[in-house]
Design a binder for this molecule. Structure first.
Ligand SMILES: Nc1ncnc2c1ncn2[C@@H]1O[C@H](COP(=O)(O)OP(=O)(O)OP(=O)(O)O)[C@@H](O)[C@H]1O
Length: 349
């Protein structure tokens, strides 16, 4: 268990972390999520005593990191792939780490095997790909069999197979009862890896909780329907109080997106009125949409490229003051705007 309490870290005029508190529980992979520059790395550095916060602290099973007598056995840390002597082999690097931390040399081949580097471990590290360096870094983290694991962007440079691998490794480590904290700014990756999320923006806590709860709270569910009699069905559901809009104005065949109505009601209305359905399904916005909504007000940097949305906003987006695109569509709880029926006249299926 890690308890982060009231960490504030300023660099001159820049407040990188502001009164930040959260918990990292045993037996869970906690994703530490925030836009670029939101303070994730600084928080981790403060937790580990590498940066001195103006206030606050992190306790690992009750102790400050600097109070741990044998840190490698208690907290495994990988803040970046780290410096490794280029001419040294992966195995020699780990042997050096083991020897200087009083860890038996036999543990080295165990962790090499765990991270899947058995074939490459004898080769000089200068020939390692970024993904191999990440695996070597993780081997170093595991060397002391620590109860707590902290990784900054561990999937950086990994291919899809590598990302799946790291997800399996981290989930396995958590299933053994360890507390695992993993930072990332990549939502899709976190959705796959984490059980819990700590979301920050501009150094402040936005939210902490299970991934599912986060997505549910910040994303909307809607009913997608496709029918050769779509215009008729849209009239029927609107008469029942539903809102309707095209799923994708550029692709009429994608049908209508309905809100303020249940999937059962749509099915019943269609059946009662002899409307043929080709598709009827509940959709939910992705974690990416949820994240963009949750952090919409606290993005440090935004691209000039409009966000791709899984569901288009019903009303034309109002231009934000900066002229930047508004990510994620209307915030949860906001009415999605007037229904649009014009696109349903074509009898799309
Ligand atoms: N040593 C430093 N000196 C001055 N400012 C710093 C320093 N380290 C971080 N910052 C600033 O603190 C803020 C938070 O940076 P940090 O690297 O912690 O964010 P991050 O969430 O890890 O970002 P990213 O996802 O891009 O890695 C940024 O505005 C950054 O410019």
């Amino acid at each position: 268990m890690i308890e982060v309490r009231n960490i504030t870290k300023r660099f001159g005029d820049v407040t990188a972390v502001s009164d930040l508190s959260f918990d990292v529980h045993d037996g869970r992979v906690t994703g530490f999520l925030g836009p670029n520059g939101s303070g994730k790395s600084t928080t981790m550095r403060c937790m580990l005593g590498l940066d001195q916060p103006q206030s606050g602290e992190a306790r690992f099973a009750g102790k400050l990191y600097t109070e741990l007598t044998n840190p490698l056995h208690e907290v495994g840390v990988l803040l970046d792939a780290g410096y490794v002597h280029p001419a040294r082999s992966g195995r020699d690097h780990l042997r050096w780490m083991a020897t200087s931390n009083g860890i038996g040399i036999e543990r080295v081949d165990e962790v090499i095997d765990t991270v899947g580097l058995s074939d490459a471990a004898g080769r000089p590290v200068k020939g390692f790909s970024l993904g191999m360096r990440q695996r070597l870094g993780l081997a170093g983290v595991l060397l002391g069999d620590p109860h707590t694991i902290i990784l900054d962007e561990p999937a950086n440079g990994l291919d899809p197979e590598g990302i799946r691998w790291i997800r399996d490794v981290l989930r396995h480590l958590a299933s053994e009862g360890r507390a695992v904290l993993v930072s990332s700014h990549l939502l899709s990756e976190m959705a796959l890896i984490a059980n819990e999320l700590v979301v920050i923006g501009q150094g402040r806590l936005v939210e902490q909780g299970p991934v599912d709860q986060f997505v549910e709270r910040h994303s909307d569910a809607w009913v997608q329907v496709r029918s050769p009699q779509l215009a008729q069905l849209v009239d029927l559901v609107q008469a029942d109080g539903a809102r309707a809009r095209p799923v994708d104005p550029a692709a009429p065949a994608a049908g209508a997106a309905l809100t303020n109505i249940s999937i059962e009601q749509v099915g019943a209305l269609a059946a009662a009125n002899g409307v043929v359905l080709h598709e009827l399904v509940v959709r939910r916005d992705s974690l990416e949409d949820a994240f963009l909504r949750a952090t919409a007000g606290v993005q440090e940097y935004r691209s000039g490229v409009p966000e791709v949305q899984s569901m288009p906003p019903a009303a034309p987006p109002t231009a934000p003051p900066s002229g930047m695109p508004t990510p994620g569509g209307p915030p949860p709880g906001m009415p999605p705007g007037p229904p649009q029926t014009g696109s349903f006249d074509g009898g799309v299926s």
